[in-house]
Write a new protein. Structure first.
Ligand code: C2E
Ligand code: MG
Ligand code: MG
Ligand code: MG
Length: 292
């Protein structure tokens, strides 16, 4: 045993930790700059009605176009945005931008569509979400019945009573509320008991092997069962194959989202996809109605 060794190891780890800390500080600085320079942008992933296959909603997903790092996905910056408070201005920007876009699309003659926005636990606890939602509605003119918030459990929601009060106030504004990544992380059955929830989104980890693994299937079936019993809307995310889509539809899943249908799309691409869908429906309706 060499008495010097722990010391050497200590130095090694401490240098590594120091580097990590420096990297975090640098990233934090860049994120504040990114807000200032408006380098964040949204993509929109369609959510389809399981029965009709029509696009019922889109989920806004934030990305960062960094001049230095290129395109950065949210998993690489949301956790730091949460721990530094950047999530507050960033989340406000996402909410307001998503509402403004939805209103623009509807004004341009789009079919009715809901907009889903992710709200992280920290953001939920620390921001005056009700006021922000009201502001977003005022600024955009969007009907709040079309807005749904996905509570993303990246931070533990601690105060159940305060959370319930906030959620009821949001419900008073006509906004619908869902639990994202249901079945993983911190989200739990407790939420269903205590909070006014409208929908559950089954985490894609359970969808991946739903056709192959009986255990995964049992979990998915159970979640759908709970949702049905509690009269909640149930959505599956991460649907990548026709088999998964068919299984979930047969089980009574209301809406499906995943690469099988659409990847997250730029605004331009989304509008194209919506236009194509409208044309297809128009043709189908014309054929069925025999000409009108
Ligand atoms: P999420 O809300 O659960 O979003 C689903 C993620 O799964 C998205 O990743 C989406 O691109 C990806 N996905 C969708 N369909 C499939 C599929 O069929 N297969 C696979 N493998 N992946 C699929 P993304 O865009 O990287 O977002 C990751 C997470 O970052 C989100 O998970 C959400 O928790 C968070 N996030 C994104 N935008 C925001 C935001 O504006 N605010 C907050 N607070 N969090 C956000
Ligand atoms: Mg989500
Ligand atoms: Mg999710
Ligand atoms: Mg997720």
């Amino acid at each position: 045993y060499n008495a010097k060794k722990p010391g050497i190891e200590f130095c090694f780890y401490s240098a590594q930790m120091n580097q990590k800390l420096q990297e975090r500080t640098k990233l934090e600085f860049e994120l504040w700059m990114a807000l200032e320079r408006e380098e964040f942008f949204l993509e929109y992933q369609p959510i389809v009605d399981a029965r009709t296959g029509r696009i019922a909603a889109v989920e806004a997903l934030v990305r960062w176009m960094s001049p230095e790092r290129g395109r950065v996905m949210p998993d690489a910056f949301i956790p730091l945005a949460e721990s530094t408070g950047i999530i507050l201005p960033l989340g406000e920007w996402v909410l307001k931008t998503a509402c403004t876009k939805l209103r623009q699309w509807l004004d341009a003659g789009g079919l009715p569509l809901r907009m889903s926005v992710n709200i992280s636990g920290c953001q939920f606890m620390r921001s005056e979400l009700c006021r922000l939602v009201e502001e977003a509605a005022e600024q955009s003119g969007v009907d709040l019945a079309l807005l749904e918030l996905e509570l993303t459990e990246t931070c533990l929601i601690k105060d159940v009573e305060e959370t319930a009060t906030k959620l009821w106030r949001l419900k008073g504004l006509n906004v619908s509320i869902g639990i994202d990544d249901f079945g993983t992380g911190y989200s739990s059955l407790q939420y269903l008991k205590n909070f006014p929830i409208d929908h559950l989104k089954i985490d894609r980890a359970f969808i991946r092997n739903v056709c192959e693994l009986p255990d995964e299937r049992a979990i998915v079936d159970a979640i759908i069962g709970i949702a049905k019993a509690m009269e909640l809307h149930v959505i599956a995310e991460g649907v990548e194959t026709l088999e998964q889509a068919e299984y979930l539809r047969h089980r009574g899943c209301d809406e499906l989202q995943g690469y099988y249908y659409h990847r997250p799309l730029s605004e331009e691409r989304l509008l194209e996809v919506l236009r194509e869908e409208r044309e297809r429906l128009g043709i189908a309706a014309g054929a069925a109605g025999g000409g009108e």
